[in-house]
Design a protein around this ligand. Structure first.
Ligand code: NDP
Length: 247
């Protein structure tokens, strides 16, 4: 067990499936306290129950990250229940890919609302506490698409580039407060993410490209690596892919 993870209060958005769920499991197995946010209450609650029944501590708070007040309520609940917030993982996200010419304007808006504004709302909720504590760690989830752009995923890539830009600005601004910042950019990881593609032909391509996807635990271990460094070591960027992923 890593001492740097034990008893840390970790807020995770998008904890009802995929990367967020795997991270909650791994960190709670290493004795972190996990505070879980997402919209699907039933899934959050059964994860929290599972953690509690194995002797861990978990709190489920139904949260839509496109609603600033709800994200604040999630972080406030962590502080009210456990006295502090050590880490926030701004992980909730969508990937509804389609060529721009298909004019999926509603999907563009939703992707921006969840992938960019949701991250900003997480920062807004956690930062005042972390400034006061003079300690904390903000982990934002970007993607290989935060480094590369290609046909069909321009909007998704734009949101993930934005997450990297925000994270770098944040990194520089929070130095006086002893706050660490990490942006993690995964390649293809096997989760429910491809289900957010609504165009059948694009969905089929994405499904094929995910045949090489690696387990969600790969992401959770990257989080644990960044968290478990000594306090004076700030791991700012992690980019990882399946060994067989070319893009
Ligand atoms: P999943 O679809 O499995 O999980 C997405 C999570 O986000 C769910 O828990 C979902 O919960 C939550 N979510 C979506 N919309 C909202 C919302 N409005 N409010 C609150 N929570 C929301 O996908 P992943 O686990 O793969 O995705 C997690 C992150 O990882 C995303 O940011 C994604 O872009 C990123 N990523 C994933 C990669 C992959 O290959 N899997 C690669 C690169 C990056 P609910 O529906 O219950 O609200």
């Amino acid at each position: 067990m890593t001492q740097a993870i034990k008893d840390k209060v970790v807020v995770i958005t998008g904890a009802s499936s995929g990367l967020g769920e795997a991270t909650a499991r791994l960190l709670s197995a290493q004795s972190a306290i996990v505070v879980l946010g997402a919209r699907r209450t039933d899934r959050l609650q059964s994860l929290a129950d599972e953690v509690s029944s194995s002797g861990g501590k978990a709190l489920a708070v139904t949260t839509d990250v496109t609603n600033c007040d709800q994200v604040k309520r999630l972080v406030d609940a962590a502080v009210q229940t456990y006295g502090r917030i050590d880490v926030i993982i701004n992980n909730a996200g969508l990937m509804p890919q389609a060529p721009l010419e298909r004019l999926k304007v509603d999907e563009w808006n939703r992707t921006i609302d969840v992938n960019i504004k949701g991250v900003l709302y997480g920062i807004a909720a956690a930062l005042p506490y972390m400034q006061q504590q003079k300690a904390g760690h903000i982990i934002n989830v970007s993607s290989v698409a935060g480094h590369k752009v290609g046909p069909g995923f321009a909007v998704y890539a734009a949101t993930k580039h934005a997450v990297r830009a925000l994270s770098e600005g944040l990194r520089q601004e929070v130095k006086p407060y002893n706050i660490r910042t990490t942006v993690i950019s995964p390649g293809a990881v096997a989760t429910e993410l491809p289900n957010s593609v609504t165009e059948p032909d694009v969905a089929e391509k994405v499904r094929k490209s995910y045949e090489i996807a690696i387990p969600a635990d790969s992401f959770a271990r990257a989080v644990a690596f960044a968290m478990s460094q000594p306090e004076d070591v700030d791991v700012n960027e992690i980019l990882f892919r399946p060994t067989s992923q070319a893009l």
